[in-house]
Design a protein around this ligand. Structure first.
Ligand SMILES: Cc1ncc(COP(=O)(O)O)c(C=O)c1O
Length: 447
């Protein structure tokens, strides 16, 4: 099956279980994984995939699972999306690598031009390309430090910015991301996030609370940048109260502090706009992108005000593979898919469906304390009914029911009690509906 498998949207769009999950072929491969892959590299749902596309993942046993995770918000255009496959195939046959820092090529510049057009604001912008989200965040901080001549970095409670040394310091949650890996980079400070379900504050009140902490504990004259996810990802799909992001951005502007929107999870149509910052008209100084940008190939970017981006000396930004030609071709293919199929509108439609299904579930199951999110980035937070006491055990039970019944769901959140729903935007209505039927069964079966 491995040699002949072809993915993409022409795969049968169905949930099909022919074995238990994981099936015997996956189990054999799991033993090999155990033997050869470091234990620290975990797996949520251990089926080995041979093909994927539209809204399904097909495994070595012939099971077809509905995908509500998109490889953690990456395959927004769908797996093996036609424009991605076409452009990548052409590029891989033409040349695979030169290193943009040695001899340049058009794809890199084309992606930077597209990023300037698509990211919020119509000011002069430039970009630099990297391999992973964490690398983009690190470089955004480097740029902010050089541009301002200041050192300090402010991040928020529940933030996730990556697993490199600086980004571990910026990430909030200890286990599994930071535990035992210190000492971490210095000059990183944490401010309280707006978390409407838990703090009950308006956006303005939550911003005033955060700004007070920043002014008292850091000081604007020491502060290079504030980095924030406009909708937090791993931290629990926390949507700040309206007004929070504009107030933080305005404070940054007034205090010569670079406002960095980390749109790595929320960007590229996921929330129904090109970027989550667009929703409240916030124009960041720098935007970090990755994940959905390239339909599954490793690419990341920092895009922002040309004066900030150009503050760095020649040679100060880069890396061997950053903006690799194949990854750039994939990004141009993914952007083509997003434009051609108006995937922002599709994300909004998916969001309406998911919000409706989740609100219905909340009426029946009091364990669902909160339904939140935007577009195709929706979540539910499970708590002991009537409280904000996290119920991670129920989340685990519901997840394992879904997995056993052929639906890929992901949990997240500081307490591991949040379900995040991130279907590929290429999923059909029928498949999406069936997936939420299974989620509903999972709540009933674990009640
Ligand atoms: C908001 C955000 N920033 C940064 C990262 C790190 O990206 P990567 O895993 O590509 O390094 C992630 C990954 O989940 C993320 O969601």
């Amino acid at each position: 099956m491995t040699e002949t498998a072809v993915g993409g949207p022409s795969l049968p769009q169905e949930r099909r279980l022919v074995t238990a999950i994981p099936g015997p072929e996956s189990q054999l491969r799991l033993q090999r994984k155990k033997e050869h892959v470091a234990d620290g590299v975990g797996t949520t749902l251990p089926v080995f995939v041979v093909a994927a596309g539209g809204g399904v993942l097909v495994d070595v046993d012939g099971n077809s699972l509905i995908d509500l995770g998109s490889g953690i918000a990456v395959t927004s255009v769908g797996n093996a999306a036609p424009a991605v496959v076409r452009r990548v195939s052409e590029q891989v046959a033409a040349f695979t690598h030169t290193c943009f820092m040695v001899t340049p090529y058009d794809g890199y510049v084309d992606v930077c031009e597209a990023l300037a057009q698509l990211t919020p604001g119509d000011h002069a912008k430039k970009s630099a390309l990297f391999n992973s989200g964490a690398e983009a965040v690190e470089n955004a901080v480097k740029i902010a430090r050089v541009a301002t001549g200041k050192d300090a970095v402010v991040v928020f409670d529940h933030a996730y910015h990556g697993r490199t040394n600086l980004t571990m310091a910026m990430t909030a949650k200890n286990m599994p991301y930071k535990h035992g890996f210190g000492p971490f980079a210095g000059e990183v400070y944490r401010a309280p996030m707006s978390y409407p379900f838990r703090d009950g504050l308006s956006g303005e009140e939550a911003a005033a609370r955060a700004i007070d902490v920043i002014e008292k504990q850091v000081g604007a004259t020491n502060l290079a940048c504030v980095a924030i996810e406009p909708i937090q990802g791993e931290g629990g799909f926390i949507v700040p109260a309206p007004g929070f992001l504009p107030a933080i951005a305005a404070w940054c502007r007034a205090n010569d502090v670079v406002y960095i929107a980390d749109e790595i999870q929320s960007g590229f149509c996921r929330t129904g706009d090109w970027f989550a910052s667009d929703h409240e008209g916030v124009v960041p100084d720098l935007v970090t992108t990755a994940k959905g940008i390239a339909g599954g190939l490793p690419l990341a970017g920092v895009t922002g005000r040309a004066d900030l981006m150009d503050a760095v000396h020649a040679g100060g930004l880069g890396g061997t593979y950053g903006g690799n030609p194949i990854a750039c071709a994939a990004a141009l293919g993914a952007i083509e898919e997003m434009r051609e199929h108006d995937l922002g509108a599709r994300a909004r439609e998916i969001g309406v469906t998911m919000a409706g299904r989740l609100a219905d579930l909340q009426e029946t199951y009091a364990v669902i304390g909160d339904v939140r999110g935007r577009g195709a980035m929706m979540a539910i937070e499970l708590c002991t009914p009537g409280t904000t006491e996290p119920d991670a055990a129920r989340a685990a039970a519901v997840a394992s029911y879904c997995h056993a019944h052929g639906v890929v769901v992901l949990t997240c959140g500081t307490w591991g009690n949040v379900f995040r729903f991130l279907p590929p935007l290429s999923i059909s209505d029928a498949l999406l509906g069936e997936a939420f039927d299974v989620v509903a069964e999972a709540f009933a079966a674990t009640a």
